[in-house]
Design a protein around this ligand. Structure first.
Ligand code: FAD
Length: 555
């Protein structure tokens, strides 16, 4: 081979593959670049598919980011659609390809560098009835067309979405916008199982507000179809029967690793194709990117599969450059930064959750704040809850989850950026963010979370998780009488009520010898109360996120 004009073969023509192909061309005019895609379309907007079904993206053509003709014209890429790569012969450096046209005819294509970007396939559980015509998964444009055709029919009145992850939730939102009565079923005990339970709760409440029937802690047992193979009902494992005109399965994806496995490439512990920081596999001439590959994973200091478009695009770009030139920057660690909109609210995360930290045996502390997205005095301020995780030993930020109205996207990205640079909560507290009343606050929600974490780290304030058992503890609710009357603190008996502004006058009514926890609505007045009590000799801690977050746990 000549490094000046290598033959670069790419398997898979969407997020990772198209990014690799175009970067390879921009870096090397002489390379021969062949891109194989087994389906009809390349470079389409996977992430936009639910929004076309919901007609928020009305024009289907808008989903076609680049056509084969465009890639050929602008990038001189030899795009071969409807051609599946069947196997890799690493010794001879050739791939065997099934020709287009539905026959079993094959041919060989040689390569100097091979980039695997075959993506992942939706999981279809082996249950009775799943092969019915209106039981569908959503991965590509053909799936989209099938689902949309059913949704467009006047007779389609009800839908069942199985799986409350990102795609499931996006589909629920779009189906409801199409006026379809929708039921959401999730095997775990909460929607968005990636999030900590109290952070997912507002999403569930938003779904209920929009008349979605939410069944958590229940699995799909079987689907009942008529004699024409059309499903009309589903039965859950608790016996619940749900009548439906459409079933969408959104229960996760499996990485497409069979090509790599059969070629003897190493598969990593998380089930993706093992890669190094230049996205090379265990064979230096073969790269892997996207949903099928593993990436360096930041907070766990390990390698992981992360089925998201951002990493696929960035890794594709790096692999394309390396294949074309023999060098590229290191693939940065990914953190699973992600976001989903569910009607009027959004949920976002980056890095570790408390659940993930426990599973990864990572020591982490958390703080939760509830704050407005911009200055409270400026009309239209919306609430958000932000949970920040950090390392107990040195304050390194480990992750964040944010749920709320406007501005969730900006905060998660600020924290992800701080994490990218291995920032601590102290660094985050000092980040100089843009502020004017329509956009934020002089103390932004990310600052508040960092201040609280810094206070905890420095021993200025102790915090107790909102879901803690408070039995036997002296609990002081420092909200106003009116607030307490409206909603008492859930899951605790014998709460002592002293509004924060009267606390200094009532210190003698409290027992200094007992462990004490203060609570307010969101944690802000609790902080002041805890400072008063601490400086008066109490062993005191503030309930993180106050009654707002605790209520979600004990709802
Ligand atoms: P893909 O983009 O799936 O491309 C793989 C391609 O390889 C496929 O077209 C496949 O046909 C082809 N292929 C496979 N095997 C072969 C073979 N042997 N020969 C030839 N071709 C082959 N991520 C986000 O970050 N944000 C979002 O909002 C978001 N929304 C999503 C919404 C939906 C409905 C879906 C399905 C995904 C969404 N994702 C989102 C995930 C994101 O789309 C994927 O992480 C990303 O597309 C992965 O890129 P990839 O190149 O690995 O795989």
């Amino acid at each position: 081979m000549s490094m000046v004009s290598p033959t670069i073969v790419i398997v898979g023509g969407v997020a990772g593959g198209a990014s690799a192909a175009t970067r390879a061309r921009r870096m090397n005019e002489q390379a021969e670049i062949v891109l194989f895609e087994k389906d009809e379309y390349v470079s389409f907007a996977n992430c936009g598919l639910p929004y076309h079904i919901g007609e928020e993206i009305p024009d289907r053509n808008d989903l076609l980011v680049a056509t084969p003709e465009f890639l050929a014209q602008r990038f001189r890429i030899d795009v071969r659609v409807k051609q599946e790569v069947l196997s890799i012969d690493r010794d001879r450096k050739v791939v065997t390809v099934r020709k287009a046209g539905g026959s079993d005819e094959t041919y060989e294509q040689s390569y100097d560098k091979l980039i695997l970007a075959p993506g992942a396939s939706p999981v279809v559980p082996p249950l009775e009835g799943v092969d019915a015509a209106n039981v569908l998964t959503l991965r590509n444009l053909n799936d989209t067309d099938r689902i949309k055709a059913i949704v467009d029919r006047d007779a389609t009145k009800r839908a069942l979405v199985v799986g409350a992850g990102f795609i499931g939730l996006e589909m629920v939102e779009q189906l409801v916008q199409r006026k379809i009565a929708t039921t959401l079923v999730e095997l775990q005990s909460q929607v968005l199982p990636l999030l900590d339970p109290e952070m997912a709760k507002p999403i569930e409440q938003e779904l209920l507000r929009h008349d979605v029937t939410v069944c958590t802690g229940a699995g799909l047992d079987r689907i009942i179809a008529d004699e024409h193979g059309v499903a009309f009902a589903a039965v859950l494992d608790d016996g619940t029967r749900i009548e439906t005109d459409l079933v969408i399965l959104g229960i996760g994806v499996r990485p497409n690793v069979s090509l790599a496995k059969e070629a003897g490439l190493e598969i990593g512990a998380s089930g993706g194709i093992a890669t190094n920081d230049s996205m090379q596999t265990s064979d230096d001439d073969i790269y892997a990117v996207g949903d099928a590959a593993e990436y360096p994973y930041a907070p766990g200091d390990t390698r992981m599969r992360i089925a998201l478009a951002g990493p696929a695009n960035r890794a594709g770009r790096l692999a394309g450059e390396h294949a074309a030139t023999g060098q590229c920057a290191k693939m940065s660690a990914v953190m699973g930064t992600s976001i989903v909109r569910v009607f009027g609210i959004s949920a976002a995360m980056t890095g570790l959750t408390s659940g993930l930290a426990t599973r990864m045996k990572r020591e982490a502390r958390s703080v939760t704040i509830v704050s407005k997205h911009h200055a409270g005095y400026f009309p239209g301020a919306e609430m958000m809850t932000l949970k920040l995780l950090y390392a107990s030993e040195d304050g390194t930020i480990l992750g964040a989850q944010i749920v709320g109205g406007e501005g969730v996207d900006k905060r998660v990205d600020v924290i992800a950026t701080a994490m990218h640079f291995e920032g601590t909560v102290c660094d985050l507290a000092g980040v100089d963010l843009a502020y004017a009343p329509p956009f934020g606050s002089a103390k932004d929600p990310v600052h508040l979370a960092a201040f609280v974490a810094g206070n905890q780290l420095d021993g200025i304030e102790n915090l107790t998780d909102a879901d803690s058992n408070l039995e036997g503890i002296q609990v002081v609710d420092v909200r106003t009488a009116a607030e307490v009357q409206k909603a008492s603190l859930k899951g605790v008996d014998n709460v002592i009520h002293i509004p924060v502004d009267e606390l200094r006058e009532h210190l003698d009514e409290l027992d200094r010898s007992r462990e004490t926890i203060v609570s307010c609505a969101v944690g802000a007045r609790g902080h002041i109360a805890s400072r008063i009590l601490k400086q008066n000799g109490f062993d005191v801690s503030n309930l993180s996120g106050g009654a707002t977050v605790r209520d979600r746990v004990f709802d």
